[in-house]
Write a protein that binds this ligand. Structure first.
Ligand SMILES: Cc1cc2nc3c(=O)[nH]c(=O)nc-3n(C[C@H](O)[C@H](O)[C@H](O)COP(=O)(O)OP(=O)(O)OC[C@H]3O[C@@H](n4cnc5c(N)ncnc54)[C@H](O)[C@@H]3O)c2cc1C
Length: 557
């Protein structure tokens, strides 16, 4: 066990580093502990910064959880701010640290070293990148700068470069601040971790909220005025007026220090660690955004940089560095984000990622209410489930909706962690009362639909696949089985309309030599229509999963 003659040095003082500090002190009341960070602030909530800029969180003090003096006075821990670790001599167990204020070097001997250097935003070397009012958002200091700029009232047009999680949070918060917001994304979809069909639902929503979204286009340069402030973003296809630019095109792990010290970097370009958070060098651990993880669904190394993971890794490293034993087996890639009125979440791998892994998959999209349909406040959610078609193991889920998605994402994360099959989900004993769920929870309904598809009991087709067929100008009947009123309110271009209650009688109007794809509002009546047609002898029938609720390609009246 460690004692006062043992020195634990931690590099980095945010989510991972400070979690490790707190746990190390609880594990070892006497060990000498020193934290060095090159920043002014420690122990802050990066995750809250978009809401600080949006004035949702009004008091900046709430973002900064602790001051260095707290750690000294309460826990006898030395926290050195504005001190940058510049080299690690792993043989003599020494860290060289530069005092950024005084410009002098200090040397610390360590017995145990935890590297928690995090990640940094990617800043592309484009012409005009150093103009004023072009910001990245990573640290609380970045947030202060952006907020000061927004608060000045001089900025009206915001361009967000990159449509990922931070891009979405910033789009919402800048719209809240009354700005005209454009999101520009190089890929053909926003929210790259999601499948495109689910991302399109979010894209439609943010456009309805006033955000202009440009996909499949990249920034080429920035132009500024005589005071060197940005005025224009030049993309491959257009020019956008911009008084403020938020760069959110991604981050990369801070591994320079580790790499230069002979610490092994993994295939993901983050620091390779064991499940005890050990690097390849004895007594050196790496945690948080600078370290890689194992994806429990693929079994392969992955790098998904999140605060939730950083905290868990910090705790495990602290236990091991103070003489205990603990492990962190890996992650399932759980993420959740609020995008205006939508809640968006994912756990596991997407359909696209599963196909890239070479897996044979089946998937479904199932809309449902989040609570009992008769209870006030019920809201829709749309669940996409992906499974291995061979083993029937669940591979992932994506859920989008105004309703409660968080508990369903967490159920999926739990199920994935324990390697559940699709067929095990409907047997879960989930809590039910009308204000919280349906008796048969939305997730259970979705798993049943997927189970039926896997068994070949029903044949569904995703909206995206229907759209692809239309693009290829395939000859098939798209059959709207909703009521007359629903049909007139907006339907998919080129469809036939036969209401469900007339379908058995009017089935003979349909050409049985053609493929027929039924659709309704959510997929439920489409599946009933599928059965009616099957029973009537139609062979080539499918129903559209999720139907109009998951259809992101426009309706006509
Ligand atoms: C706007 C935003 C929103 C987010 N929202 C969420 C969310 O909702 N949920 C979620 O799970 N995650 C979220 N994250 C991610 C989360 O904040 C990070 O995963 C988390 O901060 C990682 O913590 P870390 O300690 O590993 O790294 P960091 O936070 O990057 O901290 C590393 C620290 O080490 C310092 N450092 C680096 N090199 C040195 C050196 N050589 N010497 C001294 N100090 C050094 C850095 O300056 C930094 O202070 C969000 C991030 C941002 C930016």
């Amino acid at each position: 066990m460690s004692n006062e003659s043992t020195h634990l040095v931690i590099i980095g003082g945010v989510a991972a580093g400070m979690k490790a500090v707190a746990k190390a002190r609880r594990e070892s009341p006497t060990m000498r502990i020193t934290v060095v960070t090159d920043e002014q602030y420690i122990s802050y909530a990066s995750c809250g910064t978009p809401y600080f800029i949006g004035n949702v969180v009004k008091d900046s003090k709430k973002l900064i959880l602790r001051e260095p003096s707290y750690f000294k006075e309460m826990h006898n821990i030395d926290v050195l701010i504005r001190h940058q670790a510049t080299a690690i001599d792993t043989k003599s167990k020494v860290v060289k640290v530069n005092d950024l204020e005084k410009g002098r070097d200090i040397v610390f001997h360590y017995d145990k070293l935890i590297i928690a250097t995090g990640a940094q935003p990617i800043v592309p070397p484009l012409p005009g990148i150093s103009l004023g009012n072009i910001f990245s958002l990573r640290t609380v200091s970045d947030a202060f700068k952006i907020k000061t700029c927004v608060d000045s009232g001089m900025v009206k047009n915001a361009v967000i470069v990159g449509g990922g999680l931070i891009g979405m949070e910033m789009a919402e918060n800048l719209i809240v601040r009354g700005m005209k917001v454009t999101v520009i994304e190089l890929l053909d979809q926003i929210l790259p971790p999601l499948d495109k069909d689910m991302a399109l639902i979010v894209q439609k929503h943010i456009m309805e909220k006033g955000v202009e979204v440009i996909t499949s286009d990249g920034v080429k340069s920035f132009e500024g005025n005589s005071s060197n402030s940005v005025t224009k973003v030049i993309t491959g296809k257009r020019q956008l007026p911009a008084d403020i630019v938020i760069l959110s095109i991604g981050i990369r792990p801070n591994t320079k220090l580790a790499q230069e010290s002979g610490i092994e970097i993994g295939t993901t370009r983050a620091i390779k660690v064991t499940e005890r958070m050990e690097t390849n060098i004895p007594d050196i651990y790496a945690i948080g955004d600078c370290a890689e993880n194992i994806h429990l669904v693929t079994g392969k190394p992955t790098w998904i940089a999140l605060g939730s993971t950083a905290a868990k890794m910090g705790r495990v490293a602290a236990i091991n560095a103070t003489g205990g034993i603990d492990t962190f087996k890996g992650i399932v890639g759980t993420m959740i984000v609020k995008v205006f009125d939508l809640n968006v979440g994912k756990a596991g791998i997407s359909e696209r990622e599963a196909i890239k892994e070479g897996l044979k998959i089946e998937s479904t999209i199932v809309p449902a209410g989040d609570i009992a349909h008769y209870y006030p406040g019920t809201k829709d959610i749309i669940i996409k489930l992906i499974a291995d078609a061979t083993t029937r193991k669940l591979l992932g889920a994506e859920i989008v909706g105004e309703g409660m998605i968080d508990k369903r994402i967490d159920i999926i994360a739990t199920a994935l962690t324990f390697g559940a099959t699709v067929d095990q989900i409907p047997k879960l004993d989930l809590g039910y009362a009308p204000p919280y769920a349906m008796a048969m929870d939305a997730l259970i309904a979705a798993a049943n639909v997927l189970s039926n598809k896997l068994s070949g009991k029903t044949v569904g087709i995703l909206p995206r696949q229907v759209e692809e067929k239309r693009d290829r100008r395939e000859d098939f009947i798209l059959l709207d089985v909703r009521t007359e009123i629903e049909y007139k309110g907006g339907h998919i271009k080129g469809c036939r309309h036969v209401p469900l209650d007339k379908l058995a009688l009017r089935a003979n109007e349909l050409d049985s030599s053609k493929e027929i794809i039924t659709y309704c509002r959510s997929g439920l009546r489409a599946a009933q229509a599928y059965r009616i047609l099957k029973n009537a002898g139609f062979r080539n029938v499918k129903y559209m999963d999720g139907s109009v609720m998951a259809w992101a390609y426009g309706l006509e009246k």
